[in-house]
Design a protein around this ligand. Structure first.
Ligand code: NM2
Ligand code: OGA
Ligand code: ZN
Length: 383
């Protein structure tokens, strides 16, 4: 509920107070653009019916008040248009802050981890995930928070990995297929299809856009070795920034090149930094994969030595044992991780047994959408 409202800046903005003591200023042009009335937003789908050009440039507010429900009502001139804004909606959209976010900030939904998380990884059984929406969504919230989660009880059958992806989104098909078989092959198109160890990496950095989720399901694993390792790339990036801000800048300022051309008719290339930031300094994602790193040619000659030192520093942080969670997947286990954040590795394997994983890619936007709409439903039910 709002308690007070006041015109400021000659009606170019309003200032409001909530019962809980919070305050906020909102610009007239912002309020007009974001009005929720049926002429501004289509009632059914909620999409905006007007463009910024439909709003008079000189828009201001001449009357402001609080209605009986504690919501804000304003009148816009020169349109002579009256609109009400719910107190709760305004509270969720406060932008009245003068603090600049620190360079290298992270979304508040991300919680950094190291190997202390190994006993507390979000875990769910496949059949529970299938039948219990609340349990499934709580598990999805774990992926949003940590960028990784485990599923158990997955059927050891062709395609189960895609069934898991379809619990919250859609499989992303690539040149590797709808799903891909990770096992040792005779003429492998990719080093993943061997018994070699794979250093911690993100997949497909040579793709644009990169697949944002990866799922790996285990069907067989009786070899010596073949253990799985995961590392929080956001944690590694923040450590790099703390230890050597200059190194963090070098890896985020300059583009690396990535390429995959391991099979006939395929030449995938991308030009992106190893640490990708939003223009306001938010860490958006990590691309790190030695096997697919191409020759960097976007770093000035005078910066190349420093850039390689930064690259080495980041690689060393990623290899720190205290950052790694190591486990051996058993048949029926599946891991899903945010491929823009969590790096994965495996140790080499040999011996008489067999190791067989099936993987697929999917996208984080569907996962987050499923989760958000569930959270909205829960909070509406609680009201
Ligand atoms: N596989 C498993 O990104 C990579 O090249 C890693 C990807 C072949 C789909 C391996
Ligand atoms: C991959 C990969 C890990 C493993 O296929 O991209 O990293 O455990 N595999 O085999
Ligand atoms: Zn991989």
């Amino acid at each position: 509920m709002l308690t007070q409202s006041k015109l400021i800046d000659d009606g170019k903005a309003v200032s409001v107070n909530w019962t809980n003591g919070e305050t906020g200023r909102f610009h007239a042009i912002w309020l007009r653009d974001n009005a929720r009335d049926p002429e501004t937003r289509a009632p059914g789908n909620g999409q905006r019916l007007i463009t910024v050009l439909d709003i008079p440039e000189e828009t201001f507010i001449d009357r402001v008040g609080i209605d009986g429900d504690g919501n804000l009502s304003v009148r816009f001139l020169p349109e002579e248009k009256s609109v009400t804004f719910s107190s709760a909606w305004l509270a969720n959209h406060i932008y009245d802050s003068s603090v600049e976010k620190p360079h290298g900030w992270l979304s508040p939904s991300a919680c950094l981890w190291d190997n202390n998380l190994s006993k507390a990884l979000p875990t769910i059984d496949f059949s529970l995930a299938q039948t219990d929406t609340d349990a499934r969504c709580q598990w999805l919230a774990g992926i949003r928070r940590y960028g990784v989660a485990v599923m158990t009880g997955v059927a050891c059958e062709e395609g189960s990995v895609c069934d898991a992806a379809e619990l919250f989104g859609y499989v992303r098909e690539t040149n590797y297929g709808r799903l891909f078989e990770v096992r040792s092959e005779v003429e492998p198109v990719n080093l993943a299809y061997t018994n070699l160890g794979l250093q911690a990496h993100t997949d497909n950095p040579y793709r644009d856009p990169v697949p944002t989720l990866q799922l790996l399901a285990c069907l067989e694993n009786t070899v010596d070795g073949g253990e799985s390792i995961i590392v929080d790339g956001f944690k590694a990036a923040t450590l790099l920034q703390t230890e050597a801000p200059k190194n963090f800048d070098l890896l985020s300022r300059y583009c690396m090149r990535f390429e995959y051309a391991g099979e006939a008719g395929v030449k995938l290339q991308a030009r992106r930094p190893i640490i990708e930031l939003a223009p306001d300094g938010e860490i958006l994602g990590i691309r790190f994969n030695s096997r697919s790193a191409d020759a960097p040619i976007d770093i000035p000659y005078d910066q190349m030595t420093a850039w390689y030192a930064a690259y080495r520093h980041f690689a060393q942080i990623i290899e720190r044992p205290e950052l790694a969670i190591t486990f051996k997947m058993a048949p029926g286990d599946l891991i899903v991780f945010d491929n823009t954040r969590t790096l994965h590795a495996r140790t080499g394997f040999s011996g008489t047994g067999s190791r067989w994983l099936q993987g697929c890619y999917a996208e984080k936007d569907s996962l987050l959408s499923t989760l958000k709409s569930w959270e909205e439903q829960i909070s509406q039910a609680a009201e």
